[in-house]
Design a protein around this ligand. Structure first.
Ligand code: ARG
Ligand code: ZN
Length: 896
């Protein structure tokens, strides 16, 4: 069927290379279709490895020359295939190789290696892009010192950047110029980068904690300088935070961020030269929403934090990816929480932190839980892969961050910091494994973490079953916790994990009770962390005056599915009283989920849909509670996401679920209309826009109110949304109003959408929102054309481009992944479209195609009729000529 089988790589097969590289001197003669790369390698024998040849990786390279110590290699000493060179070297421990390759950046539509974007040259080397530039042992345990000379056309590329420090620059004949860069730190080649383009920089000089002056630059296209300020602010905040929180200082004289329009992922932490998807750099009030500002802050911080967790200490092999990603996501989450808390001030601090935690939990549940329950399920440290690019996953990143967070919970902030310090003292400058990290944590804290390591090897989301028993006679409450994990592909049997469970007990008046465990002499704190390390265990709380309501897994203390039988009344009670904001939100989510899934079942069975009054009542109480921070209310009043709900539905029936969502949303809008209106009108716009959590919370809540009002087509609400759209002075308000109008599919939506397009037609990042909104639209009128028709039409819009990943994610990603109710059409036409698009994208950009392909990996969860329509389309993709290893792996695993 297919042309090529990607071999499976196993973690257990790791072996160090016989030869590594101490230094590399690179020279680039840049030209769009024929860039000549001259690489001089100082190769050294690895004393710790079994003897063998020098091994180099390459992909799509035209090799012009190769010499060994300045000479043509002796006959029979070099073996070369398309992707590998082996060179036998006898009787020496050091060898100088010189290799000349020619590459074609313009033809590089995969955006891996050296490619062109809007006339400039950019690189992306993680994970295995460097081999598309020159022959090199392309693996992270080979750490070399880099010097890089760039030579290019001065008019087209006035700016020439690479890692480290600029040591020389000058003019050349024929309108060309050059620059030479030296990176003082040895690094793996995945951290190499170059940029040659027509850019301008926002600059700032800062002192590090130890008093060194550093130059910070944010490079953007001319005309975007007024959008670079927030990224710069974020960078400075990240620098300060890492100094204060972990004692980690910037180690270079210069740190650069570069925005590029065409980029597969979010951003990349190349040493001293971070390259970013423009979407995570550029912001001004008229073009970016509060959420965009938030994302920029966290991605800038994430990449900056990698300088220590990733660059100074890197991964031995790609199976260890979570070593740097899980840890760095945890660090950026803590940073964002601290920034929010700091902005909110003493009073709002804990609520602001909870809002951030809720955001992170939402992402985990809607993106990672489904992954962990499907054919791609893998431990945060995978045991095998076919294509490493498929493993930059929610599991490696987000669940990986949860695992680090559990360590932080178990060891406490100080113990965690001590572990970090020890980790750096042992491993600075090395390429290491997840065991090295956990061992440092264990040693610094005198704690055995062997069982904890199972989190690194076991896939699947554990289920945590909780049962409470009240004994009125002696005022005790017995809590029984048990764990189990379902089998995942290749892992039939699961072992018990160490699960920290933060517990509170709520008294009948809604206040937390002091917790006293059996055997203790007096009550302690009102939230305590219990450690479940066996299959099942009991705890007995004593000295209680009345039966408590348990509040479990506070702060979402472990990445598990909590199963606890609570009736509607109990959920409403916790919605009103749980002192843990995360759990208060979670109680609302659970109640909403129960209602939505019941209505979905009713819809599937053709019964009439009715939203239970007590639910609306509990919901309305939260809505009217002005003691609650608006940002929190916006979270608690938002219904659970569709992806998460489909995961909880057996079998997943997107049409029935959509019917339920439409109905519940409209009912909450209709019945509570007066409250929503009062709320939207009472939250007055705070003067000139500033990105500030307090203001952002208010804007989010108003936009949510407009959404419900428009869903219910409440006239006054629709009028308010239209007015706010017209008079908005910032993107958050303008886009929020537009989204509400669209969501309600009210007549005013069309004109607003057109006005939005006219206003931003030359602003490609804003147009991504315009595409995403239409692709994610919900149909309220069964007679209206399906969204699929609109998506097809938008493919032909002059502003769309299939070669720009952001456009693909905005239009196709929003449709396939964020709009199941419209994508999963009963006639299968959505799936046909999916197959056609995946195949077309794959020919140009496998990474982007593989991301789209994943939209159907959990296909076996759907109704039999939908499965029958999906299977032939999966098979059609798999049968396509020249399918990439990326998409092959996804589809093969889905069909397995
Ligand atoms: N290390 C980057 C980050 O997390 C992501 C690079 C992803 N590259 C890839 N080819 N999947 O910040
Ligand atoms: Zn990262």
């Amino acid at each position: 069927m297919r042309t090529e089988h990607a071999p499976t790589i196993h973690r257990a097969d790791y072996a160090p290379l016989a030869w590594t590289v101490a230094r590399i001197d690179l020279h680039f003669a840049l030209a769009p279709q024929a860039t000549v790369v001259t690489s001089r390698l100082a190769c050294v024998r690895n004393p710790d490895a079994a003897p063998g040849p020098i091994v180099l990786d390459g992909e799509e390279l035209e090799t012009l020359a190769l010499t060994v110590d300045g000479l043509d290699p002796a006959p029979g000493t070099v073996r070369r295939t398309e992707s590998r060179i082996e060179i036998d070297v006898a009787d020496r421990d050091e060898v100088a190789l010189e290799i000349v390759t020619r590459i074609n950046p313009q033809a590089n539509t995969a955006l891996s290696g050296l490619y062109l974007s809007r006339g400039g040259y950019f690189t992306q080397c993680e994970a295995e892009g460097f081999r598309r530039i020159t022959w090199f042992p392309d693996r992270p345990d080979v750490m070399a010192r880099f010097t890089v000379t760039l030579e290019g056309d001065k008019a087209a590329c006035p700016v020439l950047l690479s890692n480290g420090n600029l040591v020389e620059e000058g003019e050349l004949p024929d309108g060309r110029h050059y620059a030479r860069w030296e990176d003082p730190f040895p690094k793996p080649c995945y951290l190499f980068a170059l940029v040659a383009a027509d850019l301008v920089a926002l600059e700032r000089r800062e002192l590090t904690a130890s008093g060194r002056e550093v130059l910070l630059q944010v490079w953007v296209e001319k005309g975007n300088l007024d959008r670079a300020g927030h990224a710069m602010e974020s960078l400075v905040h990240a620098m300060r935070w890492d100094e204060e929180t972990f004692g980690l200082e910037l180690d270079l004289d210069r740190f650069m961020i570069v925005a590029v329009s065409d980029f597969n992922m979010g951003a990349m932490e190349n040493k001293g030269l971070n390259i970013f998807n423009a979407k995570y750099v550029l912001a001004k009030p008229d073009t970016a929403t509060d959420v965009d500002y938030e994302h920029i802050e966290s991605v800038v911080a994430h990449e900056y934090f990698h300088n220590w967790t990733g660059n100074r200490v890197t991964c031995r092999d790609w199976f260890q990816l979570t070593l740097k990603e899980g840890l760095t996501v945890f660090r950026d989450q803590q940073f964002s929480a601290d920034m929010l808390a700091c902005a909110a001030g003493a009073e709002g601090g804990s609520s602001a932190r909870a809002v951030k935690r809720i955001d992170d939990v939402r992402v985990l549940r809607s993106a990672q839980f489904p992954e962990d329950a499907g054919p791609m399920a893998h431990p945060i440290r995978p045991e095998s892969y076919q294509e490493i690019n498929n493993f930059y996953t929610a599991t490696v990143y987000e669940k990986g961050a949860e695992v680090i967070r559990m360590l932080h919970t178990l060891l406490g902030p100080e113990g965690f910091r001590n572990g970090m310090d020890l980790y750096f003292s042992y491993h600075d400058g090395q390429a290491v494994t997840c065991d090295d990290f956990v061992n440092a944590m264990a040693e610094a804290n005198g704690r055995d973490l062997d069982q904890f390591m199972r989190w690194y090897g076991q896939a699947g989301t554990p289920r945590l079953r909780a049962q409470g028993e009240w004994n009125g006679a002696d005022g005790s409450y017995t809590l029984t916790l048990s764990q189990s994990t379902q089998p995942t592909p290749g892992q039939p049997d699961k072992l018990p994990l160490v699960i920290p469970v933060a517990v509170g007990l709520i008294g009948p008046d809604g206040a937390d009770l002091p917790l006293q465990l059996e055997g203790e002499h007096q009550p302690g704190a009102t939230t305590r962390v219990l450690e479940l390390a066996t299959e099942t265990r009991q705890w007995r709380f004593t000295n209680l005056a009345a039966e408590p309501a348990p509040s479990l897994l506070r702060g979402f203390s472990a990445p598990v599915i909590l199963e606890l039988d609570e009736d509607d009344g109990r959920l409403a009670f916790r919605m009103a009283h749980d002192s843990d904001a995360c759990n208060r939100w979670d109680a609302a989510q659970r109640y909403a989920e129960r209602v939505l899934l019941q209505l979905a079942a009713d819809a599937a069975a053709g019964r009439a849909l009715k939203v239970p009054a007590p639910f609306i009542d509990a919901f309305g109480k939260l809505l009217r509670n002005e003691l609650l921070d608006p940002a929190f209310r916006a979270q608690a009043l938002a219904l659970p996401g569709e992806a998460y709900l489909l995961e909880r539905m057996e079998p997943a029936d997107p049409a029935a679920l959509r019917a339920a969502q439409l109905h519940v949303g409209a009912e909450l809008g209709r019945v509570l209309a007066a409250d929503w209106l009062a709320l939207a009108e009472s939250l007055v716009e705070p003067g000139e826009y500033r990105y500030h959590p307090a203001d952002a919370g208010g804007r989010a809540l108003v936009n949510l109110a407009l959404r419900y009002l428009c869903a219910a087509r409440v006239d006054a609400g629709v009028a308010l949304a239209a007015a706010r759209f017209d008079s908005a002075t910032n993107m958050t308000d303008r886009f929020g109003a537009l989204a509400a109008l669209m969501h309600g599919a009210v007549p005013a939506a069309e004109a607003a959408l057109a006005a939005f397009y006219r206003r931003y037609q030359n602003d490609t990042l804003v147009l991504d929102k315009w595409f995403a909104l239409q692709a994610g639209a919900w149909r309220r009128d069964a007679a209206a054309a399906p969204v699929l028709a609109q998506v097809r039409e938008l493919l032909a819009d002059p502003a769309f481009s299939p070669s720009n990943p952001n456009k693909v994610y905005a239009l196709l990603g929003s449709f396939f992944r964020a709009n199941p109710g419209e994508f999963h059409l009963a006639d299968g036409s959505g799936y046909e479209f999916w197959a056609e698009q995946v195949i077309a994208l794959d020919a140009a950009n496998p990474q982007v195609a593989a991301r789209m392909a994943r939209a159907l990996e959990n296909w076996r969860r759907f109704t039999p009729a939908l499965q029958a329509a999906i299977r032939p389309q999966l098979e059609r993709v798999l049968a396509a000529d020249g399918l990439s290893p990326d998409v092959t792996e996804i589809v093969e695993k889905a069909l397995a």
